[in-house]
Design a protein around this ligand. Structure first.
Ligand code: HEC
Ligand code: HEC
Ligand code: HEC
Ligand code: HEC
Ligand code: HEC
Length: 215
């Protein structure tokens, strides 16, 4: 600290001035941390109306993501499944469980289960699941190991920097499209080398121009 103040400055004054500088620095740090888009929403894990577990259904039972999110490779939105999909099994499996009371009510009344959305981009951002999934970008790059989560939480910031990091260098994140929902899948060799081959073969070219994501 002494280098900042002229020689002969009173020691107590120097200490006081130093403390002010440190506090100001810490405050600035907090403000920058909170304002930085990378921090926004990461870790967000809302309480859901039904204690549905991906770890059980997608992990242990091995259901494919597209069994429930069946629009993910066909449209912009992945879509949360209608209650009918749950009742394919739960009409017979655990059909009296109190944990499934709301599911049975929803099926009987036709009112959808009020699932709480976990990931949400601002309205001024355009995103498309189909474009990513058919290009061979796995769910795991954006959502993490959902098949190991009892409750879904947001792992990635979904910030502009997050999107652009991959758009600038997609190769390590491209796999054969048939493995996009196998979240634990690893290629034999270098993932980036395989990615480069697929990018060349399929002419994959993620956009970096503003109007691609801000239409
Ligand atoms: C048996 C049906 C089912 C299967 C299979 C399934 N999901 Fe889900 N998924 C749901 C339901 C219901 C919700 C809404 C409740 C919740 O968030 O837990 C959901 C929510 C999600 C969300 C959060 C959506 C949001 O609100 O932002 C993600 C991400 C997700 N699933 C990814 C996956 C992935 C990846 C797989 C495959 C590994 C998968 N799901 C398999 C039923 C399913
Ligand atoms: C392919 C069949 C299948 C589908 C589809 C399915 N489940 Fe399940 N679910 C199971 C099985 C099997 C169990 C575990 C039963 C056990 O523990 O013996 C289970 C357990 C549960 C439990 C815990 C019940 C308890 O009493 O502990 C809940 C809650 C649940 N499922 C919700 C859902 C919801 C919500 C959906 C739709 C989004 C859904 N399930 C779709 C097969 C299915
Ligand atoms: C490149 C990143 C990326 C990939 C890959 C990706 N997602 Fe998403 N996902 C998102 C974003 C961003 C949102 C929030 C979209 C919004 O708010 O408009 C989202 C939202 C969702 C939702 C909530 C419903 C919706 O459509 O808004 C579900 C369910 C979901 N994703 C499942 C999946 C599954 C299953 C896969 C793999 C088959 C997958 N996602 C692959 C980024 C991704
Ligand atoms: C892990 C890699 C990865 C991440 C993360 C990612 N993308 Fe992409 N994105 C791609 C690839 C690869 C393509 C190119 C698809 C092609 O050329 O066929 C693409 C294409 C697109 C397109 C053009 C598709 C169309 O329909 O015009 C948009 C828009 C887009 N991404 C938006 C986003 C946004 C917004 C985010 C962040 C929320 C994001 N992406 C995150 C890899 C990624
Ligand atoms: C690959 C997709 C993508 C591209 C390309 C892109 N953006 Fe964004 N942009 C985003 C996302 C996602 C957000 C939302 C960030 C958030 O919610 O924290 C965003 C947010 C913004 C914001 C809001 C302020 C902020 O930082 O939160 C501005 C301004 C912006 N972008 C300008 C631009 C400009 C200018 C370009 C071209 C040079 C551009 N964007 C290109 C995805 C993109």
């Amino acid at each position: 600290m002494s280098a900042i103040f002229p020689k002969g400055f009173d020691t107590r004054l120097r200490l006081a001035a130093g403390t002010v500088l440190i506090v100001a620095g810490a405050l600035l740090g907090v403000v920058l941390y909170l304002a930085h888009p990378q921090q926004v929403d990461t870790g967000y894990m809302p309480v859901q109306p039904v204690a549905y577990s991906h770890k059980l259904h997608a992990g242990n039972l091995g259901l494919d993501c597209t069994y429930c999110h069946y629009t993910v490779d066909k449209s912009r939105f992945a879509a949360v499944p209608p209650t009918e999909v749950c009742m394919n099994c739960h009409a017979r499996v655990r059909e009296k469980s109190p944990k499934l009371q709301l599911v049975r009510e929803s099926y009987a009344t036709g009112n959808p289960i009020p699932w709480v959305k976990v990931h949400r981009l601002p309205d001024y951002v355009y995103f498309n699941h189909q474009a990513h999934v058919t290009a061979g970008v796995s769910c795991v790059h954006c959502h993490g190991r959902v098949d190991q989560m009892a409750e879904v939480r947001q792992l990635q910031p979904m910030s502009m920097a997050f999107c652009l990091d991959c758009h600038r260098n997609p190769a390590p994140n491209i796999r054969p499209a048939e493995y996009v929902t196998s979240l634990g899948w690893k290629p034999e060799g270098d993932p980036a080398e395989l990615g480069r081959q697929l990018i060349a073969a399929k002419h994959i070219n993620p956009p970096q121009n503003c109007s691609a994501c801000h239409r």
